[in-house]
Design a protein around this ligand. Structure first.
Ligand code: GUN
Length: 284
């Protein structure tokens, strides 16, 4: 058996195509704040702005020096909150080491109406209610759900096992899968006998960022394998999953690159359109 390859490209293309007319109507503007020069962040931001150009979305890059202080970054967040021309903004993570411990506080400072990353307590909290309240869900988990839907992979009643408990992927993905009727197990770095859990997965989602940590013996034959982790080996992007070997036993698998990545970008842009639409409703 060779797995069905779940390419994110056609799914993201379809989503972006559907956004274009909405962008024309609502004319949103996305701002990305970057502190320092983390190469991975620079590459993600380039992808995000390329997609903005593709759908005609206005965008702005606030690129700050790596030694920007907490107060300076807080002031910028405040300014973007107050600027009525800014529909949504994100602070690209990770932040430099001196700011990293303050990440939760900085995220809390973003106006929930402009929190197009969906990382703040208000938007995360709403997700807990039901699918109907996932207004600004975090882009990566949202992309995973869209990918599963596009390829008609059922979620309800399935056992989804997530490896990784980050606030931006693992935890919100668990909630979104629960909202859709999956039985969800979340594993992480302290989980004992990890493969005992991963082998039970109908849908296995790996979101750790550790190259090829999910090996063939950890996967149930016929499972759907979603690779969300990204790392680099000799400059080459690789996922958390040993793709070459696991594709022989899985029923479906996402590649890295070209799987979840393009979906994340498309879902971020969709959030920005949603933000602007809501802002216009409130301020006719
Ligand atoms: N770093 C890696 N992924 C993300 C993301 O989705 N949003 C932000 N702000 N930073 C990230």
């Amino acid at each position: 058996m060779s797995a069905h390859i779940l390419s994110g490209k056609p799914v993201a293309d379809q989503l972006l195509d559907a956004l274009r007319p909405q962008v024309e109507v609502f004319d949103p503007k996305l701002v990305i704040v970057q502190v320092g020069n983390d190469p991975a962040s620079t590459s993600y931001i380039t992808q995000k702005f390329k997609s903005c150009d593709r759908v005609g979305m206005r965008h702005e890059h606030w690129h700050l020096q790596w030694d920007t202080s907490f107060d300076q970054l807080s002031s910028l967040i405040d300014k973007l909150n107050r600027d009525s021309d800014v529909s949504g903004f994100i602070v690209q993570l990770p932040l430099p080491a001196h700011l990293e411990p303050h990440t939760p506080q900085l995220i809390r400072a973003v106006d929930p109406r402009k929190d197009v990353d969906g990382f703040g307590a208000y938007n995360l909290g709403k997700m807990f209610l039901s699918v109907d309240f996932e207004h600004l869900p975090p882009a990566t988990p949202s992309g995973v759900i869209e990918l599963l839907n596009f390829y008609k992979i059922p979620i309800e009643g399935k056992h989804a096992v997530i490896v990784g408990r980050s606030n931006i992927v693992g935890k919100p993905l668990a909630v979104m899968l629960l909202n859709r009727g999956a039985t969800v197990t979340v594993c992480h770095s302290k989980t004992k006998a990890l493969s005992h859990f991963t082998r039970q997965a109908d849908i296995l989602c790996a979101a750790v960022g550790k190259a090829h940590m999910i090996t063939k013996d950890m996967v149930k034959p016929g499972a759907v394998v979603i690779d969300i982790g990204v790392s680099r080996i000799d400059g080459k992007l690789v996922g958390d999953v040993d793709f070459e070997n696991i594709k022989e036993i899985a029923s479906a698998i996402t590649p890295v690159p070209g799987g979840v990545g393009p979906m994340t970008v498309a879902c971020l842009l969709r959030n920005c359109v949603r933000s602007k639409e809501k802002q216009l409703e409130k301020c006719p």
